[in-house]
Design a protein around this ligand. Structure first.
Ligand code: F6R
Length: 243
């Protein structure tokens, strides 16, 4: 695990965008694992700017997102499909049929998850997975639990995640209690992982991830076992690290 601490979140985000751009330059047909939430927004803005400047080209890229809320369709304003369209995909040239996000409306959620993992495997696994970090230590929506999850599955969101993500749902919009998420094993099969965490509210989760024991109660701590994981932090997120 390579941990880089930057003075502020803008620099950590710029570094993440550079790593993703480098991946796409090195391998134009890269398979990228993408995330939603607040953390990736400046990263996506930077990638969009690089695409406009002609630095990178997404025409041969394939994407798989980490997660989607159960019950929200692609047009729902709070769905992750819609988030990705508005914040990245509609601004770059990744072909629509190369974009993959779990289908939160699937009739058979288990079959949807199995098919999602099978599609990633058929694509040769993820070349690079971008991750944010939940304040409770989750990656994707793999919440603190007694054991590490394996493959993609339907998860009941924790009370903290429901509280933390409430901000994305407009007044009165009901928030799903479940989501489909790539499992820990699915994420760990990515050839490279880039995790970005910014802000003091992530500091305890960062400490557990980097300095704690590998423990399913701190799901991101499994990244200590990944052979090519880069952790990009701002000073606030790194503030509780002692080493
Ligand atoms: C999003 C995801 C989550 C977020 C995490 C941090 O697709 O899988 O793990 O990365 O909840 O969210 P933000 O960036 O909003 O703090």
């Amino acid at each position: 695990m390579n941990v880089c601490v930057y003075p502020n979140g803008d620099l950590a985000s710029a570094a993440a965008a550079m790593l993703i751009a480098g991946q796409v330059i090195d391998k134009p047909g890269s398979v990228l694992g993408l995330a939603t939430g607040s953390t990736p927004l400046p990263i996506y803005r930077e990638l969009i700017a690089m695409w406009h400047r002609g630095v990178i080209d997404f025409k041969n890229v394939t994407t798989y997102n980490l997660d989607e809320y159960v019950g929200l369709g692609p047009d729902h304003p709070c769905s992750y499909r819609r988030f990705m369209q508005e914040n990245l995909f509609s601004h770059i040239n990744v072909p629509q049929d190369s974009i993959h996000i779990p289908n939160g409306l699937a009739q058979d959620l288990d079959a949807e998850c199995a098919a999602y993992d099978a599609a990633i495997a058929a694509a040769g696994q993820l070349d690079l997975q971008l991750l944010g970090l939940g304040a409770n230590g989750h990656i994707g929506f793999n919440e603190p639990a007694a054991v590490f999850t394996t493959h993609s599955y339907c998860v009941k969101l924790s009370a903290q995640t429901l509280r933390d993500n409430r901000r994305f749902f407009e007044d009165g919009a009901s928030m799903p209690s479940h989501a489909l998420t790539m499992g820990i094993a699915s994420i760990m099969q990515a050839k490279r992982i880039v995790l970005v965490a910014t802000g003091g509210n992530k500091a305890a989760a960062v400490r557990a991830m980097v300095e704690g024991p590998v423990d399913p109660m701190a799901p991101a701590s499994i990244l200590q076992m990944h052979r090519h994981a880069t952790i990009l932090l701002d000073a606030d997120a790194a503030s509780l690290l002692s080493r």
